[in-house]
Design a binder for this molecule. Structure first.
Ligand SMILES: [Zn+2]
Length: 162
């Protein structure tokens, strides 16, 4: 994706500069800690625009600065729902592409989940495995994966499959 020129120097976005995105990233980082406990929290990073009439772009990076995907919609800085959607998408893209793994994974079905609106809250949706007992379902609201029972307890989770 990088061109023939040096990318502009990124800037670490200090806390409080985009409070709505900070709140959203706190939620997503809670899910990261619950699912990938070895990973340090994701953080926002500003990248100067190539065009002088545009403000900087903001992305979500791993602790080491790696990131992938698109910049966040500028409007997401000013609307809580947009902020959560943008941060969740950006975080998921960065984790999945930079770490080469589906994230977050449903603890019941082992499938990568996707953000989806449910009962007015952005939530992690799993497609299920198509078997009885495994239909598509909402796993938890974004930020709520740490409140779930510990994943992988086969002796408790196993269901009769016949
Ligand atoms: Zn599932």
């Amino acid at each position: 994706m990088n061109g023939f020129f040096d990318p502009p120097e990124p800037r670490r976005v200090p806390p409080g500069e985009y409070p709505l995105r900070d709140e959203a990233l706190d939620l997503v980082n809670r899910d990261l800690a619950a699912t990938l406990p070895d990973r340090k929290p994701l953080r926002p990073q500003g990248v100067p625009s190539f065009h002088e009439d545009e403000s900087e772009h903001v992305c979500v990076t791993l602790a080491n600065g790696d990131w992938h995907g698109d910049f966040m919609d500028p409007d997401s800085a000013y609307d809580p729902a947009l902020a959560l959607a943008a941060v969740t998408d950006a975080a998921q893209e960065t984790v999945a592409e930079c770490l080469w793994q589906a994230w977050p994974v449903c603890g019941e079905h082992g499938l990568g989940m996707h953000p989806r609106e449910a009962d007015g809250r952005l939530s992690w949706w799993c497609a299920g495995n198509g078997l009885p007992g495994g239909p598509a379902h909402i796993r938890a609201a974004v930020g709520g994966l740490d409140g779930l029972p510990h994943p992988y307890r086969p002796e408790r989770k196993r269901r009769r499959t016949g």
